[in-house]
Design a protein around this ligand. Structure first.
Ligand SMILES: Cc1cc2nc3c(=O)[nH]c(=O)nc-3n(C[C@H](O)[C@H](O)[C@H](O)COP(=O)(O)OP(=O)(O)OC[C@H]3O[C@@H](n4cnc5c(N)ncnc54)[C@H](O)[C@@H]3O)c2cc1C
Length: 456
């Protein structure tokens, strides 16, 4: 069948789009280069109200309930601290009772979120199949060539193949990636480990020395027995009926513990650091944390980490581009707007916006009375509409992410860096003293709500 959408990549974006298409009865096929479930590294994703609203739209109510129950128990306190754990800013994060579940910020295992999106789509995904290139044919269809020599045809192609996107190389060959020259090292130490004066119920943003920084937080999950108690009989048998069903699979992704991400300029780390095993990275991470001047409590926390949980990621971002002519092939997620601030929420939003654009034209585009040239035009119009909206909400985030992480300090002179650092600390302290920001969570919910209203 050629009247379908082909999605390249079964990451968060590709799966989210597939869920939307499935609900709209639009046929699709996903090609994913990974072998099924071979991912080893996991990390927490902060799902904000943008991501929450997208998931509410894409997941069935049953799966949305599971999403709420399997996300980490919300933390109560937001801190900004320096490398010696001195508090620069502190705020409570109380939940507002008038915010619906999809409007709340949540921390979630990325692998677990992927499992939720994957549920029921297993038969639509071809694992271990890698996109190579595509050709737009005269009849308005696209022929997709895979690296194993096979081909498939479709009305629309979506590259959801992540930051090193092969589809982007073909659609936008002049697109560039920006290397922030920062590397994020992540890990998890045992549950209950204390880190200096940091409270167990806090998420602490580290404003470290020399442009370094990080985030430290405790993740605690609702025990599986309690989750099962909160489900009704039908949900229990659907999601935990046998060892292969969703909840038993999720159990290993809900690990209580103290999680940390620390970022350093790449010049502080050996070349090819990101390719090392966790056990090889750990002693280097300890060394660089010591040399950078972090407190002994932070160094102890890293020493206490499980080597298997340690991994690193270089921070790259896409360079925003001038609008381009739409074709029947488009991009979604990190393939088009990767930011150094990490934006899974925007990826989920893409899936909703693109799905709506496709749904609006699908019947016309696939009607037997539509000529090939009209079909091509209809699909291009839908793609153009999605791409215009996506550039409007995603590119400002890409640009903002460049100025609010360490990369700018990498490029400044030492004096300018010192001055900026001083001003940043002073303004946070002042903010902490004089402004009654006692509930950051309400303020963030309010801000996100206002942004949503503007969009609507
Ligand atoms: C350490 C870390 C922490 C993060 N934390 C957060 C956070 O707190 N909040 C947040 O919002 N975001 C966070 N992110 C970012 C978030 O994970 C990404 O923005 C999101 O996963 C992007 O989804 P995607 O589907 O576009 O790409 P990916 O999830 O990268 O999926 C791409 C998929 O395409 C497949 N693929 C690639 N090439 C091919 C090919 N040629 N053929 C077939 N398949 C292919 C890949 O195997 C992969 O499965 C974090 C990322 C990292 C690395």
């Amino acid at each position: 069948m050629t009247e379908k959408v082909i999605i390249i990549g079964a990451g968060l974006g590709g799966l989210a789009l597939a869920r939307g298409l499935k609900t709209s009865n639009i046929p699709f096929t996903i090609y994913e280069s990974d072998v099924k479930n071979c991912e080893l590294t996991d990390y927490r994703i902060s799902v904000n109200s943008i991501g929450g609203h997208a998931l509410k739209e894409l997941l069935s109510q049953d799966l949305f309930d599971i999403f709420q129950l399997t996300s980490a128990i919300p933390l109560n306190r937001f801190l900004v601290v320096d490398g010696q754990l001195n508090t620069l800013l502190e705020s409570k994060m109380e939940r507002r009772m008038d915010v619906p579940p999809e409007g709340c910020d949540r921390a979630m295992s990325r692998l677990l979120l992927r499992q939720l999106l994957l549920e029921g789509l297993e038969d639509d995904i071809h694992f271990d199949r890698t996109y190579d290139h595509h050709v737009e044919d005269e009849d308005g269809l696209i022929t997709v060539h895979l690296t194993d020599g096979t081909t498939d045809r479709c009305l629309m192609l979506v590259g959801a193949d992540g930051i090193i996107s092969s589809v982007r190389k073909q659609i936008l060959p002049h697109a560039r990636l920006y290397d922030t020259k920062m590397i994020v090292i992540s890990g998890r130490c045992r549950d209950g480990a204390s880190v200096g004066t940091l409270h167990d119920d806090s998420v602490a943003h580290l404003h470290g020395p020399n442009g370094s920084g990080g985030v430290i937080y405790n993740a605690r999950y609702t025990p599986m027995e309690e989750i099962l108690r909160q489900l009704d009989d039908t949900q229990r048998s659907k999601f935990s009926g046998d060892p292969q069903s969703l909840l038993p699979r999720c159990r290993s992704m809900m690990i209580d513990g103290r999680y940390w991400n620390l970022w350093f300029t790449s010049e502080k780390l050996p070349e090819k650091f990101v390719r090392l095993e966790g056990s090889e990275m750990l002693p280097i991470a300890i060394d660089v944390t010591k040399q950078t001047g972090y407190s002994t409590s932070i160094i102890d926390m890293i020493e206490d980490s499980d080597p298997h949980s340690v991994f690193s990621t270089p921070e790259w971002s896409c360079v925003p581009m001038d609008p381009w002519e739409p074709t029947a092939a488009t991009l979604l997620g990190d393939a088009v707007h990767a930011t150094s601030r990490f934006e899974a929420n925007t990826t989920l939003r893409d899936a909703v916006v693109l799905c709506e654009a496709i749904r609006d034209v699908w019947d016309d585009a696939t009607s037997p009375s539509t000529s090939p040239s009209d079909r091509k035009r209809t699909i291009r119009t839908a793609v153009g509409l999605y791409e215009r909206q996506m550039r409007e909400y995603a590119y400002p985030l890409v640009i903002a992410s460049r100025s609010d992480n360490g990369m700018s300090s990498v490029q400044r002179s030492p004096t300018a860096s010192w001055l900026t650092d001083l001003m940043f600390r002073a303004s946070l302290k002042l903010f902490n003293l004089i402004l009654p920001v006692r509930n950051l969570s309400s303020w963030m919910d309010h801000t996100a709500g206002t942004q949503r209203e503007k969009r609507e």
